[in-house]
Write a new protein. Structure first.
Length: 256
């Protein structure tokens, strides 16, 4: 199992390093001089740096809360968006008004970020993965207090997308299927994650307050704690189809 996770991570990172790329920087106190390739000239907002980004760029974000006025779309393959100091220091904030991120290219990696207060009238309050995308890696992130009217209050992977979510924490997210995470495609790997106090707010037959898997995948070494489904199913984890593997997970005080 550890080998499978490492292979997915290496493939994504390998793809991210196969072409010329730039290191770019974002800081609330930056000089905001394009193309934002030093801390002194760092962009002061995420939309500006994404407008000049190219495939395989490494974008590092300094400390602070980066409020969004519209959803941030990552359309460059192999791009890495990471914090300088971890999720306790850097947050991307939808302010309860917009979904935070859309990943519309392959082999994108998000690392060490808090993604919070996103709101989507469709799927994916924090992050929506585009159809057909692969090699997505989300690691060491905190997905907090996001909302989707449909699926995946935190993260949403459609039926034709897949990736790896590892070492991340999902708290107080809400959606119809999958308050924390909704994965409708086969081959998802979710490892070493914590799902705590998420909600699935749909009617009868909905659920998966912590996470919802609609096809085969792997959930390993995860904790599901105090998640609540107001539908009939899956206070912690709801598996709808396929033959996924659930290995060495803990389920504590979940309610459906």
């Amino acid at each position: 199992m550890r080998g499978l996770i490492l292979r997915i991570l290496c493939l994504a990172l390998g793809a991210a390093g196969t072409a010329s790329a730039a290191n770019r920087f974002v800081s609330l106190s930056g000089g905001h001089v394009a193309p934002y390739t030093s801390w002194a000239n760092a962009a002061t907002n995420l939309h500006a740096v994404m407008a000049v980004a190219t495939n395989n760029d490494l974008i590092t974000v300094s400390n602070g809360v980066f409020a969004l006025t519209s959803t941030l779309t990552i359309a460059r393959s192999g791009l890495v968006l990471q914090s300088a100091n971890g999720p306790g220091f850097t947050a991307i904030d939808g302010r309860g008004r917009v979904a935070c991120l859309t990943l519309s290219s392959n082999n994108v990696r998000l690392a060490g970020l808090t993604i919070q207060n996103g709101s989507n009238t469709a799927n994916g309050g924090a992050v929506t993965i585009g159809a057909g995308r692969s090699g997505i890696v989300i690691s060491n992130c905190v997905i907090h207090a996001n909302y989707a009217a449909n699926d995946g209050g935190g993260l949403y992977f459609p039926s034709t997308a897949t990736g790896l979510v590892t070492g991340s924490t999902f708290t107080r997210n809400r959606g119809t299927y999958g308050g924390g995470l909704c994965a409708r495609g086969a081959g998802m790997v979710v490892s070493n994650c914590v799902f705590r106090e998420n909600g699935a707010d749909g009617g009868p037959g909905t659920g998966g307050a912590g996470a919802f898997l609609a096809a085969s995948g792997t959930v390993v070494l995860c904790t599901f704690e105090r998640n609540v489904s107001t539908g009939n199913d899956g206070g912690g984890l709801l598996i709808n189809a396929g033959t996924p593997t659930v290995d060495r997970c803990q389920f504590v005080d979940n309610t459906a």
